[in-house]
Design a protein around this ligand. Structure first.
Ligand SMILES: *Cc1c(COP(=O)(O)O)cnc(C)c1O
Length: 447
């Protein structure tokens, strides 16, 4: 059992590697799997396309330098959500002209304005997401003959939760169709070229909704007479399957469909469009694990709820509390035996073996499985003892990058990468107490 991979048939993380990582850095820690990240990049690069394709990794999913380096080595480009993300991507080795800036952020200070303009001048693609974005960039883009992208509000979207649907009437992302004529008017008046139409319907979106979105997005280019558009960006959000019963989106099928629609657009208009896709989750989610130790077991009285209390929870893996998202939980003994896996329950049952797996924060929502209303949910766990490990799967996306840093003053954990050859590389040191408080200043004067 030591050498079977935790995620059936995928990646190379085994109980043996879990225990080796724990020996190296202790717990809690985060572990990423190089082989699966590279494999996921390859899957996207193989998607069929009509007239060329660019895959942009949406780096807000996980922005660690070492992972960005792996993804850059595959030739993917970047979707950045902020100026700081552009800075981080460039620092990790992405040339500016492989980075697209699609952000809600508009510089408020002159320093930020000059920095962003300099990045754009060096090749960063600027996406206009509203009329103020266009007003911000128009003169600079025209003076430097730099083409921009426009992100439109798709009017209908889809997400794994309401909070991740970027097409709803209550979502501010992208210029609403009623604002597009004004943006086009500015572009004509100031001679700003718009060479790309962008759209993103949401995270963990329903593949059916993606298919509805694609032809409408292409029609939009024709309807609004966007004559200079040579690239069409369909955004990201491709559903991943983290749990045994979750079905990932068939990206090949979606690519095939988008390809046929781009070909139909060519037949109608004689224009060949390059396709851009922006996966975040699908590149990194299943490559990441968060490794905890069961500190102790307890029970709320005879017949009451059974708990496994771990040395990490909501502050490290916030998605269950935030969205009711499920992550597979594995039991791995300290000797490196697989005690339980939700992918292979064997004779374990929820009635006999169901436990609530909690973290250590003073907050009743600090559990590793919750429903969408925030109620704790039992998980089938094997015969876990104190000091055995609970491994949380599928934590490569929106966990390290979206954690509740230092809540209850718990520190950010170290991160390790298991390389293709099985070596373990430390890719992020654990935070120290001093680092947690380093920017705080004491009162200058006591009353
Ligand atoms: C977040 C985001 C993505 C990636 O979404 P995933 O669900 O992680 O694939 C892509 N494009 C844009 C504009 C985004 O905001």
């Amino acid at each position: 059992m030591k050498n079977t991979t935790l995620l059936p048939g995928q990646g190379r993380v085994t109980p043996e590697i879990v225990v080796r990582t724990v020996k190296m850095v202790g717990t809690p820690n985060r572990l990423s799997d190089e082989s699966l990240i590279l494999h996921n990049c390859d899957e996207f690069l193989r998607i069929p396309n009509a007239f060329g394709m660019i895959i942009r990794y949406a780096m807000k999913a996980n922005s660690l330098e070492a992972l960005l380096q792996l993804i850059a080595s595959k030739g993917l480009h970047i979707d950045a959500s902020s100026i700081n993300e552009v800075w981080r991507a460039h620092r990790a080795g992405f040339p500016y002209d492989h980075i697209m800036y699609t952000s809600q952020q508009i510089p408020l200070t002159n320093r930020e304005k000059l920095e962003l303009e300099d990045m754009v001048k060096q090749g960063v693609k600027f996406t206009v997401c509203s009329i103020p974005h266009m007003e911000f960039i128009a003169d600079f883009a025209a003076a430097n003959k730099i083409a921009v992208a426009v992100r439109r509000h798709p009017k209908e979207g889809s997400g794994e939760s309401v909070t991740r649907d970027t097409g709803s009437p209550y979502s501010p992302y992208g210029a609403h169709p009623s604002d597009i004529p004004i943006i086009l008017e500015i572009s004509r008046a100031k001679h700003v070229i718009i060479d790309e139409l962008h759209g993103h319907i949401g995270s963990g979106s329903d593949p059916k909704k993606f298919k509805e979105f694609v032809p409408g997005h292409l029609r939009f280019i024709e309807e609004f007479g966007m004559e200079d558009v040579t690239k069409v960006n369909f955004g990201g959000g491709y559903k991943e399957g983290r749990m045994p019963d979750e079905i990932p989106a068939d990206i090949n099928d979606l690519g095939e469909y988008a390809k046929s629609e781009i070909e139909a657009f060519y037949k109608r208009t004689g224009r060949k469009l390059v396709m851009e896709l922006e996966p975040g989750t699908r590149i990194v989610a299943n490559s990441g694990y968060t490794i905890l130790t069961a500190m102790y077991l307890k029970q709320n009285g005879p017949g009451g709820c059974k708990f496994v209390v771990c040395n990490g929870g909501m502050e490290l893996v916030t998605r269950p509390l935030l969205y009711g998202s499920r992550h597979p939980l594995y039991g791995v003994s300290r000797e490196g035996e697989l005690i339980s896996s939700e992918f292979n329950l064997g004779s374990l049952t929820l009635e006999k073996d169901g436990k609530v797996v909690t973290g250590r924060c003073c907050e009743s929502g600090d559990a590793l499985r919750l429903d969408k209303d925030g109620n704790v949910v039992m998980v089938v766990m094997g015969n876990i003892r104190a000091r055995d490990h609970i491994v949380v799967g599928g934590t490569g996306a929106y966990c390290s990058s979206m954690s509740l840093k230092n809540y209850n003053s718990y520190l950010e954990p170290p991160e390790v990468l298991v390389r293709i050859d099985g070596d373990l590389d430390l890719i992020k040191k654990g935070q120290t107490r001093e680092q947690m408080v380093q920017n705080e200043l004491p009162l200058r004067k006591l009353n």
